[in-house]
Design a protein around this ligand. Structure first.
Ligand code: SF4
Length: 83
């Protein structure tokens, strides 16, 4: 994986890494999962954030495409929470 500032995983990782995350998201129940519109807005916010490197949030170490998929999750940056 090459380092890519403000890139999402799907843009910077090998396909199998992205597919592995995607398949874990697919296992979430509808109750756990953020709605599509909310998910897209969260990822748009991450793409404006200096803490995003190659799909990974440097504040928590999560793949943002995974973290944002959980309805109840929040951006981990308490000082400047973007979602
Ligand atoms: S700090 Fe928040 S907005 Fe920034 S990459 Fe992490 S989850 Fe996304």
């Amino acid at each position: 994986m090459k380092d890519c500032k403000r890139c999402l995983l799907r843009e910077s990782a090998e396909n199998d890494t992205f597919e592995a995350v995607r398949s874990k998201i697919d296992l979430l129940s509808e109750a756990e999962k953020a709605e599509d519109d909310l998910y897209r807005k969260r990822l748009e916010a991450c793409r404006t954030c200096d803490h995003l490197i190659s799909g990974i949030c440097m504040k928590c170490g999560c793949y943002v495409e995974f973290r944002a998929a959980f309805r109840k999750m929040k951006c981990p940056n308490a000082a400047d929470r973007k979602w």
